[in-house]
Unconditional design. Structure first.
Length: 242
């Protein structure tokens, strides 16, 4: 394969990964607490696509995606079980395979009286347990995460943070898991009756999606051109040899 075709193929592969990432961002613009993924490009040294002088060529590659943890817009819902975090931090929940962390505070009270996520994962308190909520009675949550009902304190929600958010790995649309131990969040405040929206703008994702698609089409044309040039070169050699 000639250097032009190899370079175009490398570029197309990188753009395909970008398209998958942007499509996922676009699909989750309405997902509460969703954090947008972005690309981190690097160059791959390719001896196969080297020049005639023997020097290796460099091809674009997405080394790793990175997650934008900036806060999304907080919108008012009026529901007592809807909670949002203002500042850095995550709600800690007990997932099916261990601890999970989320910014999506769309919680509800389960039939058993626990505060759970939409998927049914119990929300954890600082003591490591779960809240026990009575079927009747107003639920009150203070900015530090202390939950009260009928004048009685039920517990304080665990608001976790990480010194290095690079250790967080996405688990579904709005959950994260980490092999690194969490620490108490500093300065985060719980706002009752509000939810955090996705920090990804639909318009921005759509514009970037179109731009990457156009880049892919240009690279596809370059690969086709390289293939045509190779075919014509072979035909010319065959004609001269005959």
């Amino acid at each position: 394969m000639d250097p032009l075709t190899i370079a175009a193929a490398g570029g197309m592969q990188a753009r395909m990964e970008s398209l998958d990432m942007l499509a996922n961002n676009l699909a989750n613009t309405e997902t509460g607490g969703y954090k947008t993924d972005r690309e981190f490009y690097n160059l791959y040294v390719s001896p196969e696509a080297g020049a005639e002088d023997g020097s290796a060529a460099t091809l674009p590659v997405i080394e790793r995606p990175w997650t934008d943890f900036s806060q999304g817009t907080l919108r008012t819902t009026g529901s007592a079980s809807d909670l949002a975090l203002s500042g850095k931090g995550f709600f800690a929940v007990d997932g099916p395979s261990g601890s999970l962390f989320t910014r999506n505070g769309s919680f509800r009270v389960s039939p058993g009286g626990s505060l759970v996520t939409a998927e049914g994962y119990p929300v954890r308190t600082v003591s490591g347990g779960n809240l026990q909520i009575q079927p009747s009675g107003a639920l009150e949550v203070s900015p530090d995460g202390t939950v009260s009902q009928n004048g009685q304190t039920l517990g304080r929600l665990e608001i976790a943070d990480f010194s290095d958010t690079g250790s967080l790995v996405k688990q579904g649309a709005s959950y994260f898991r980490s092999a690194v131990a969490s620490q108490p969040a500093s300065g985060a405040q719980v706002e009752q009756g509000r939810l955090e929206s996705s920090n990804g703008a639909a318009a921005e994702s759509a514009v970037r999606l179109v731009a990457v698609m156009r880049q892919f089409e240009m690279l596809q044309k370059a690969a086709t051109l390289g293939s045509q040039m190779n075919r014509e070169a072979v035909e010319e050699v065959a004609r001269v040899a005959s």
